[in-house]
Design a protein around this ligand. Structure first.
Ligand code: ATP
Length: 825
């Protein structure tokens, strides 16, 4: 079976599922809210506006004298604090600045928020040194300063920009004059883009939107480009930097209560109404008015604050995160609040995914260099370069910097593969059985290697001249501290030849029996600690089985054939028994069927999952179909691409069963013993072009009791992980009791892929009908995959085609299958 690690996915935030709210927010800022005054009494009976959910004191009908007295006191104190707030603002501003203040003033208000009276001391001492102005707008020169009226006009003109039009119709220069008073690009500009992109399912419009936005930002504020790219792709840094926001539902609801005065029950009502925490925040905040409008947010300011949130560590970090979240929410207006909050939970719902962003970057920089009417083939070439660059160097900051410095054409050189930055792994294609593998691998004389397909954890190891070693997971997480024993083996057992200065090597880390060296199961490996493993306390012994070498002594080996890379691999390292080995392998041609078959069986006997078949040299083979075309199978190392030159033959090859990696997106409560748990669970593939989750089946088998409990705990009612309202980015004909926020991947086995009268997943790829899978069975969580790596509609369609090509579907079986299939509705 595929690799499963217990190492957490890089980009997915840990969501706090505790619904418990602390009654007393801890910052002076939050004391301004009514929660503070009601800290020691229930808030449940506080009247709220039924639509907005915001507590309305003026409408409050106290039922007894005490409540009345409380209410009066609250009103009085609120007024007092409002006045104080105003004075506080004024005391920190010169009269000139106040004179220029407007609703979206460009005046620096960092001091207001960082003043000792307003923000908790922890902010100043712990993090605010990071960015003196908090990333907010600098004061405009008096000539540039916008008056209320002109600022309103500026925002009016931003609201009128249509980013989604075709790039030839979009002239960024038209908007520059209106935006020139902004020293830093306003966050509002980005959320305006988000609103437009979220409103469409058209990939063309989404790409246009991002492309045109980037073009405008290149002219307006290049320093915000990197921040905008991160914010648009639901992340604040590459996975290997492990920058996790760690903002859970509890922090968000406390912050929302603090900045809007909304009560916990009202917040819950809003969540039940919208099912999206961003929509909730938008509505909670929309009716809040402050006497003095805080300064508007800048794109870079928001990004920098998010980085501060992610970096907050230690026992006060939760308070600190909450205060920073409040700070952003106080400043946010309208759509800004919606998208800030979605960003906090890293679920932006704008359909902008990695490939879209890379395409947009390629196009924007190509248009900037060659004009927006440049030919299609130039654009395609640019897109290919940017995608390739990302696969070798997945860091938007570095890519944007290199693009700005030397454009698209030179990107591969200016942003090259770099030690200690993981490259995206090359992926293999599945085959159903040995004979299909032999057909796909090519002609009779094609030479290939068969290797054991180990059941461990894929590892990419980087080593530089200083002796530094980094180990990355398949998901690009840094996991060096999980495997100090591997580091030790490489350093102290003369594994690395003396002439080696640097390398990037790939292999599988597998649990083994320390004495016999026999391979152990993946299950054993998952018992190893995840972080900061101490070498003396290791109980699960592992061996690294190296299978590829991508970089050696300062040179990329990606363009070399596998035969040559393997030669270099074998010449660079010396195996150490039970610690470092080369993947067990034989070389063969399609004529060696007996040898391959016996190798396959020995792999299974050794507790492997099957074999990997890898072309030794690039070849040209006949393409499928009658048109006598040929296709090339490359034996080079192609990061991030699923190649036909790497084929997987798994031990389940003789059964009909295969597996897909699906995202759980909703659940129903079970019956009887399972009434407290989720069963069945609605599962979806994810469209990588739009980010939409397309339901494919309900699954109710394969769950253990422990799994039931874990799932129940994770998707607990009353947390922001579940909602009754169907999220806009879900495509499902079924309405589960609760929808779940997508955040993990489950491996699901099934009998076959079938055309569905119900589901619309992959609709239009193989048929007008959608696809579903029959007899889905839960196998395990794929902790080494994020939702972006879930199976795609195209993959499902491919499985369907293959199955069809094998002719497994006869009409009688089909009918029986459909009858059985009904039970899953
Ligand atoms: P994919 O990585 O293709 O998305 P997956 O993660 O579900 O799929 P599999 O389909 O089971 O995994 O197969 C690929 C994985 O097999 C690799 O990611 C790697 O961890 C593992 N593996 C084990 N042995 C080898 C080997 N000799 N060569 C390449 N990969 C191997």
């Amino acid at each position: 079976m595929p690799k499963r690690t217990t190492n957490g996915g890089g980009g997915t935030p840990k969501r706090n599922r505790s619904g418990k709210e602390a009654a007393v927010p801890s910052s002076p800022g939050s004391k301004r809210t009514l929660d503070f005054y009601f800290a020691n009494r229930s808030l449940n009976d506080t009247p709220v506006d039924s639509t907005s959910g915001v507590r309305k004191l003026s409408q409050s009908k106290a039922e007894n004298g005490n409540e009345k007295a409380d209410e009066e006191l609250a009103r009085k104190l609120q007024a007092q604090f409002d006045t104080e707030y105003q004075l506080l603002n004024q005391s920190n501003l010169s009269s000139r600045e106040i004179g220029h203040r407007s609703e979206y003033s460009t005046t620096p208000d960092a001091t207001i928020y960082y003043t000792e009276n307003y923000m908790p001391k922890i902010l100043e001492s712990d993090i605010l040194a990071v960015d003196a102005d908090g990333g907010e707008q600098q004061p405009p020169s008096s000539a540039e300063a916008a008056t209320s009226k002109s600022t309103a006009a500026i925002f009016g003109s931003i609201a009128a920009i249509d980013f989604t039009v075709s790039s030839s119709e979009f002239d960024p220069n038209l908007y520059l004059a209106a935006l020139k008073s902004f020293v830093r690009a306003p966050y509002f500009l980005l959320t305006h883009l988000f609103t437009q992109v979220a409103a469409t399912r058209s990939r063309i419009k989404i790409v246009n939107g991002l492309t045109n936005f980037i073009r405008l930002l290149m002219l307006l504020d290049m320093s915000a480009l990197g921040s905008a790219v991160w914010l648009s792709t639901n992340s604040i840094g590459p996975p290997y930097k492990a920058l996790e926001l760690g903002i859970g539902g509890s922090i968000i609801s406390k912050a929302l209560k603090s900045v809007s005065g909304i009560s916990a029950p009202a917040l819950k009502r809003l969540y039940d109404k919208h099912g999206d925490i961003g929509d909730v925040a938008f509505e909670a905040k929309v009716s809040v008015r402050t006497l003095v409008e805080p300064p508007h947010l800048s794109i870079k300011g928001v990004y920098d604050t998010l980085v501060q949130i992610a970096l907050a560590k230690g026992n006060k970090s939760q308070d600190l995160k909450q205060k920073l979240v409040e700070k952003l929410l106080i400043r946010g207006r309208g759509e800004e609040v919606r998208y800030l909050t979605r960003t906090f939970v890293q679920h932006l719902r704008i359909g902008a995914v990695r490939t879209t962003m890379l395409t947009a970057l390629a196009r924007a920089f190509t248009f900037a260099a060659h004009g927006s009417d440049c030919p299609q083939d130039r654009l395609q070439k640019a897109e290919e370069i940017v995608r390739q660059c990302y696969a070798r160097h997945p860091n938007y900051d570095d890519i944007v910097t290199a693009l700005l410095a030397s454009g698209v054409e030179n990107l591969i050189e200016s942003c090259p593969m770099t030690l200690h930055i993981p490259i995206l792994p090359m992926l293999g294609s599945i085959t159903k059985d040995m004979s299909e593998m032999l057909v796909r691998i090519g002609r009779e004389n094609t030479e290939f290697a068969c290797e054991f397909k180990y059941d461990g954890q894929r590892a990419q190891i980087h080593y530089d001249e200083s002796g530094k070693i980094s180990i990355f997971s398949r998901h690009l997480d840094l996991m060096t501290d999980k495997y100090p024993d591997i580091v030790d083996v490489l350093r102290s057992h003369r594994v690395i030849s003396d002439s080696t200065r640097s390398f990037i090597l790939e292999g599988e880390i597998v649990a083994i029996d320390e004495v016999t060296g026999a391979l152990d199961s993946f299950q054993s490996l998952s018992n190893r600690g995840r972080k900061d493993v101490q070498i003396d306390s290791i109980s699960v012994t592992v061996c690294l089985f190296a299978f590829d070498l991508m970089y050696l002594n300062g040179e990329s080996l990606l363009e070399l054939s596998f035969r040559r890379r393997r030669e270099l691999l074998r010449g660079t390292f010396s195996p150490v028994p039970h610690k470092f080995a080369y993947a067990e392998s034989i070389d063969a041609t399609p004529l060696d069927q007996d040898a391959i078959s016996s190798f396959f069986h020995s792999s299974i006997e050794s507790k492997c999952e099957g074999i990997m078949v890898k072309l030794l040299d690039s070849v040209t083979v006949p393409a499928a179909g009658a048109n006598k075309r040929t296709k090339s199978l490359l034996s080079t190392y192609t990061p991030d691409l699923r190649q036909e030159s790497w084929l997987k033959v798994k031990k389940d090859y003789d059964s009909a069963a295969d597996s897909v990696d699906l995202v759980p997106i909703g659940g129903w409560h079970g019956n009887g013993r399972k009434s407290n748990f989720w069963s069945p669970v609605l599962l979806a593939v994810r469209d990588p072009d739009t980010g939409v989750f397309q339901a494919v089946c309900k699954c109710m088998t394969g769950f253990t009791d422990a799994m039931y409990k874990e799932t129940k705990a994770k998707y607990d009612e009353g947390t922001i992980n579940v909602t009754r309202v169907k999220p806009a980015d879900f495509e499902t004909p079924l309405t589960p009791e609760f929808f779940w926020v997508p955040q993990e991947v489950w491996e699901i086995k099934f009998a076959d892929v079938t055309l569905s009268p119900l589901y619309s997943a992959a609709q239009g790829i193989v048929s007008d009908r959608g696809l579903s899978i029959r007899f889905p069975r839960f196998i395990r969580r794929r902790d080494d995959k994020g939702v972006e790596e879930a199976s795609t509609p195209a993959f499902l369609a491919e499985l369907y085609r293959r199955q069809h090509a094998r002719g497994t579907e006869d009409p009688v079986q089909e009918q029986a299958a459909d009858d059985l299939y009904e039970q899953f509705y």
